[in-house]
Design a protein around this ligand. Structure first.
Ligand code: 13P
Length: 251
């Protein structure tokens, strides 16, 4: 069975006081949403706060990045076992901001996904094309290359325990959402790519759409056959918006 999931990606926003209000609000409201899993991926320093507020709520929490290394003299890095130590269920890997601003390539993203799986957490593997790539007719080639590198590393068995997030770079933080049809077309294509290797994994794979999802457009996106929920940036920082988006994922 495919899981329906809405995950917030707070990016580098928040402070203790604001987070407390947001997390308490999410914890209080999420229980009433049936069939949809909700989660928040917070900056590292707030994992403890997320855990203490969300622990009994059914809402998952996680991180936005992780080191590919297990431990050692890597100043500033955070390991998968540290994230597991804070009860993380999810770790975002390969977000386009990490790929473009911090030079993370397909191979590194794939190794990070494997490291996350090895700690029994769920990688949320982000893929997506830039505007130039879309306009150049490269969308399918780009997303299949990005996903292919991950499958090469973790196999379809690993993919079975992962979540894929399709986030067209041109739609992130721009207010310019992919239409439901545009997003569905890429999701269906990706599911087909996976299906060529393993039909069962393809059928069960949770695929999120991300990029300017708001309460106003979420239901139309989530109504699409191959879109199983969303990865939400800006709108996840607003309690009412985020809860409306979570509710929009109920089938
Ligand atoms: P926005 O929802 O702010 O466009 O960000 C999407 C995103 O990058 C989620 O990972």
């Amino acid at each position: 069975m495919r899981q329906r999931l809405v995950a917030g990606n707070w990016k580098m926003f928040g402070n203790s006081a604001r987070n407390q209000l947001l997390l308490e609000g999410v914890a209080g409201q999420a229980a009433s949403i049936g069939q949809v899993s909700c989660a928040v991926c917070v900056p590292f320093p707030y994992l403890h706060q997320a855990r203490s507020i969300l622990a009994e709520s059914g809402v998952g929490w996680g991180a936005q990045n992780v080191s590919q290394r297990t431990e050692g003299a890597f100043t500033g890095e955070v390991s998968v076992s540290m994230l597991a130590d804070f009860g993380c269920r999810y770790v975002i890997v390969g977000h386009s901001e990490r790929r473009s601003l911090f030079c993370e390539g397909d191979q590194l993203v794939a190794v990070k996904a494997r490291a996350v799986l090895e700690q029994q957490m769920t990688p949320i593997v982000c893929i997506g094309e830039s505007l130039d790539e879309r306009e150049g007719g490269m969308t399918e080639a780009v997303v299949s290359r990005q996903l292919g590198a991950v499958i090469e590393e973790i196999g379809t068995a690993g993919l079975h325990k992962s979540v894929v997030a399709y986030e067209p770079v041109w739609a992130i933080g721009t207010g310019k959402t992919a239409t439901p049809e545009q997003a569905q077309a890429v999701h269906a294509y990706l599911r087909n790519v996976v299906s060529e290797q393993d039909a069962d994994v393809a059928r069960d794979l949770t695929m999120l759409y991300g990029g300017s999802v708001k309460a106003a457009n979420a239901a139309a996106l989530f109504a699409m056959e191959d879109i199983d929920g969303g990865l939400i940036g800006g709108a996840s920082l607003d309690l009412n918006e985020f809860m409306s988006i979570c509710k929009a994922a109920v089938r």
